[in-house]
Design a protein around this ligand. Structure first.
Ligand code: NAP
Length: 359
């Protein structure tokens, strides 16, 4: 078994990583770490707040074996004690600690700290696995035995998966999108206030739109051998927070290069990613995109767990009456699964099998 650490284990994404890694066929959780606030407690104790309420977030039970593990201070963590690190820290502290760990040990991260570095790929399962070759450039340039590979921003996880077959078959000229993002996307520290979120929509998420408007072009760009040439289309985004627990919904308007009917887009999406799904990665779903003809779907509660949270659901595919070569649809993805922890673990599975060749 490959020994893994989850650093940021007490957060929402860290908890989701614990659920995904429990009974994982390749990875064994051997270390947990978080801030100094949680250190030197058992994981179960660290999840108890001062008022006694549990911070365990996932609907699955916390495994007793994990509850008893000690939580280490992330700042003092020795990366050589494990084979692989899942970093689910906030970006600020990730920027400082991930490069230290990467000197010896591979790091797969859900933080944004390294996403915009020229020598760092942002891998999304089935979309851009050829970008994994950029890791070698990162290791050589920085003299690292390990590496840092970040996951994408959670809002664009579904967008990028749904755009890839459109880009490949019809070309993309521009994208206009509005997100309706779940509350779990804001994390636990400090988290959102019930007073703000109940019976409400918040029309601004600090720092989100610049990420959403730039990451997809890198992910959908072309690997040149030394770097990535970004895909040459523009995105304009409005990101909002809605009172949904899990599952980011995105309303997408795409102008394609070539004419594209909704039927042709549906066919391209449904057929997309079959090769990737057949690689035998433990966290891969049977299909990357499910397209529904039901005009009332996708809905977060009903569709976010499709493919155990790893399938993107697309609905309301139709021609846009205003944009030339315009297509519009709604897509839904699970923000803490595909968009964060489980997507990071799926990336690690791919790297362990095809880059590190450990299995
Ligand atoms: P979270 O619930 O707020 O958890 C943050 C984690 O980081 C906790 O384990 C916390 O430990 C730890 N931490 C905070 N400050 C620290 C410090 N100074 N030193 C060491 N550890 C520290 O956040 P989250 O939602 O799980 O998100 C984790 C990361 O994933 C973030 O970078 C976020 O942007 C990214 N992300 C989140 C989502 C999502 O849907 N939530 C999706 C994609 C990416 P304590 O409990 O000890 O404070």
């Amino acid at each position: 078994m490959i020994k893994v650490a989850i650093i940021g284990a007490t957060g929402i994404v860290g908890q989701q990583a614990i659920v995904t890694l429990t009974n994982h066929p390749w990875f064994q959780i051997t270390k947990l770490a978080a801030s100094a606030r949680s250190a030197r407690k058992t994981y179960g104790e660290a999840l108890r707040e001062a008022n006694g309420a549990s911070r365990w977030w996932c609907p699955e039970e916390l495994p007793a074996s994990v509850a008893q593990l000690p939580v280490e201070n992330a700042a003092d963590f020795d990366p050589t004690t494990v084979d692989l690190i899942f970093s689910t820290l906030d970006a600020g502290v990730a920027k400082e600690l991930e490069p230290k760990w990467a000197q010896t040990t591979p790091v797969v991260s859900t933080a944004s700290a390294f996403r915009y570095e020229d020598d760092t790929p942002i891998l999304i399962g089935g979309v851009n696995m050829d970008h994994a070759a950029l890791i070698k450039v990162q290791q050589e340039r920085r003299g690292w035995k390990g590496f840092v590979v970040p996951k994408s921003n959670c809002t664009i996880a579904g967008l990028v998966v749904s755009l890839k077959p459109i880009l490949d078959n019809f070309g993309v000229k521009q994208v206009i999108m509005t997100s309706l993002q779940a509350m779990s996307g804001a994390g636990r520290t400090p988290g959102l206030s019930a007073m703000d979120m109940t019976e409400n929509v918040v029309p601004y998420i600090p720092g989100e739109e610049p990420k959403v408007e730039t990451e997809p072009q890198k992910i959908l760009g072309t690997f040149t051998g030394e770097g990535i040439t970004h895909a040459p289309f523009g995105i304009t985004a409005t990101c909002t927070r809605v009172p949904v627990l899990d599952g980011h919904l995105v309303a997408v308007f795409v102008q394609t290069e070539k004419p594209c009917t909704p039927e042709a887009a549906k066919e391209a999406m449904v057929n997309f990613g079959k090769d990737f799904c057949q690689l035998g990665l433990p966290s891969a779903p049977d299909q990357l995109i499910a397209v529904t003809d039901d005009p009332f779907r996708p809905q977060p509660r009903m569709d976010r767990d499709r493919g155990d949270g790893m399938t993107v659901t697309v609905g309301r595919l139709r021609q846009d009456p205003v944009l030339e070569n315009g297509l519009k649809y709604v897509c839904l993805s699970h923000n803490t699964k595909l968009g964060a922890a489980k997507g990071a673990i799926q990336t690690a599975e791919y790297l362990v099998k095809y880059y590190l060749k450990w299995v």
